[in-house]
Design a protein. Structure first.
Length: 138
């Protein structure tokens, strides 16, 4: 898959907290896309890049931050259905990683941040992942 360039209708269930994070300057997070924190602790679309931290949630709406970096993105924690690269039934319960803001994988690509925990296998190219800070502990 590739990073989002527009909003995405992401299936969800068991949605929990809504949390706000300060965004990195000149960044766009799309509704339905995974959001992670960069090395400075600022919200960006999930991507495999050096220094990126774990996914913190799924964006509630489209938002583009100004060059001043003074915008906040709201994200939801919970269970979300995302496209996947190569899942298997045996991956249920395992940590999965964000290849980009709409794709998960059980194998960590170079610098891919933790997305959450796979809670339901739908198929090799689709799964339900629990996203939130309490789901990434071993």
């Amino acid at each position: 898959m590739a990073a989002l360039s527009a909003s995405r209708m992401t299936k969800s269930r068991g949605v929990g907290r809504k949390v706000k994070y300060l965004m990195a300057a000149s960044t766009t997070c799309y509704q339905g896309g995974m959001v992670c924190l960069n090395s400075a602790g600022l919200a960006i679309p999930a991507a495999a890049a050096s220094g990126n931290k774990a996914v913190v949630g799924v964006a509630v709406k489209d938002i583009t931050s100004a060059s001043s970096g003074s915008y906040w993105v709201e994200v939801l924690e919970g269970e979300f259905n995302f496209a996947a690269d190569t899942l298997e039934q045996e991956d249920v319960g395992a940590i999965v990683y964000a290849d980009d803001d709409q794709t998960i994988d059980e194998t960590q690509a170079s610098n891919a941040p933790v997305a959450g925990r796979l809670i339901e296998y739908v198929g090799a190219s689709e799964g339900w992942v629990r996203i939130g800070p309490d789901t990434i502990v071993a």
